[in-house]
Design a protein around this ligand. Structure first.
Ligand SMILES: *Cc1c(COP(=O)(O)O)cnc(C)c1O
Length: 422
């Protein structure tokens, strides 16, 4: 494969083709694969041979998608899974056992917050949250002997804070742990975390990578740049009895983490991505750059419009010059700030709900990243069970409105928002 620019890599398939093979990578809708030689199949189980044998662990269409994302992110390999939540779970369980500890940014996606603070905690993995504006030393003060990872989002959902990669990768290096980045909102078109020191990148591919709102999925990408033999990760280095005493680190070198994610975590926990969803994602990726450019352009115009409106209290968008994270956005998101805008409306929680009712064609949708503009008032939907005080602690002001700005005509988008604000 030539060293194409990202846009060309997105459009041109990254798979090698033989003469006369299909133009579009085929959907291989098969759970299993034919073999004549049982010794070869035994080798597949022992990981001494490579090939497909059962689609829980690998499928050609899923692998074509994994290879494409790995290439786009600049990693050595990727494992696709059933959802973004499964991607985070896989990324962490691959290196953490009961009794371990992780450090995570407090402004992460609500579902991830609950996964870390509740579900992983129940199985014995401790968690400490840091404020994204904390200093390096403040974040390092959360590190303990048993800390195994630091986790953050390149663009926080829904707060839209931009990650200070330099600061967090320095913390990760000093702590001797991998730096895991959720790159869902930015996508590899706007930001490539591995170039800024990330060791593992995860995505909810449900969002912009699909772009059509049709398939739930996720992916874990390994940069292949972390030294697992630093004394903290025995499960990566020591013999694995479930593979006749094989050491991932010795056998697979820089791909140890991602091989283990597949042959251990995916094998045992089974959160496999369906081949059909991978097929749809391969279609979605071919237009990612064009869609993201329009999402970014429209979202910035909406943010600027809202900033000047009398019924709006505040606006968060990474590329607003007045924003707290503008300098970081210029540094890490040169092409644009993605498609989400968060703003505060006059009238508190009641005003927020009213606004979403008054929109004519922009629908209330618990989703983001698809091509259609949609709105969500967290206070009366995703966070409705919380009191005002609890919402604020969770980073969601009662008056906050989340807009997913789509790729329609900008005048139509602003017209609907304008009449609803009135
Ligand atoms: C949606 C989302 C997730 C969870 O992904 P699912 O595909 O819904 O499981 C994780 N992180 C971020 C930033 C998200 O927006």
């Amino acid at each position: 494969m030539k060293n194409f620019n990202l846009e060309t890599s997105l459009v041109q398939s990254l798979e090698e083709f033989q003469e006369g093979e299909p133009r579009v990578y085929p959907l291989v809708q098969s759970t299993t694969y034919n073999y004549k030689d049982p010794d070869f199949v035994a080798g597949l189980f022992d990981l001494t041979e490579s090939g497909y044998f059962y689609s829980r662990i690998g499928n050609p269409t899923v692998q074509a998608f994994e290879n494409k994302i790995a290439k786009l992110e600049g990693g050595v390999g990727a494992v696709a899974v059933a959802s973004g939540q499964a991607a985070t779970t896989t990324a962490i369980l691959n290196i953490c056992n009961s009794g371990d500890h992780i450090v995570a940014c407090s402004t992460i996606y609500g579902g991830t917050f609950t996964l870390l603070s509740s579900s992983l905690k129940k199985i014995g993995i401790e968690i400490s949250f840091f404020n994204p504006d904390s200093s390096e030393d403040e974040i390092l003060s959360f590190f303990k002997e048993n800390t195994k990872a630091i986790f953050a989002e390149s663009i926080g959902n829904p707060g839209l804070n931009v990650l200070d990669f330099e600061k967090i990768s320095s913390v990760a290096k000093k702590g001797g742990v991998p730096f895991i980045v959720d790159n869902t909102i930015a996508t590899p078109y706007l930001c490539r975390p591995i170039e800024h020191g990330a060791n593992i990148v995860i995505h909810s591919t449900t969002k912009y990578i699909d772009g059509q709102g049709s398939c739930v999925g996720g992916i874990v990408v390994d940069a292949g740049n972390f030294d697992w033999n630093n004394g903290k990760f025995p499960s990566m280095v020591d013999p694995d009895p479930s593979y006749h005493g094989m050491s991932y680190y010795e056998t697979f070198k820089e791909a140890a983490y991602i091989v283990k994610a597949r042959v251990h975590i995916l094998r045992d926990f089974g959160a496999t991505l369906s081949a059909f969803n991978a097929f749809i994602y391969l279609r979605g990726l071919e237009t990612l750059h064009v869609r993201m450019d329009r999402h970014c352009e429209n979202a910035l115009k909406v943010a600027e419009f809202l900033e000047g409106h009398e019924n709006v209290l505040w606006v968060n968008y990474p590329k607003l010059k007045s924003g707290k994270y503008y300098d970081l956005a210029e540094k890490y998101l040169p092409k644009g700030g993605s498609g989400m805008v968060l703003f505060g409306i006059k009238g508190g929680a009641k005003g927020g709900k009213e606004f979403t009712k008054k929109l004519k064609w922009i629908n209330n949708v618990v989703h983001l990243g698809d091509v259609r503009t949609c709105v969500l008032h967290p206070g009366s939907t995703t966070h409705r069970q919380l009191s005002d005080e609890e919402q604020i602690a969770a980073g969601v002001m009662p008056e906050a409105i989340r807009l997913n700005v789509g790729i329609e005509n900008i005048d139509d988008i602003i017209a609907d928002i304008e009449q609803a604000l009135k």
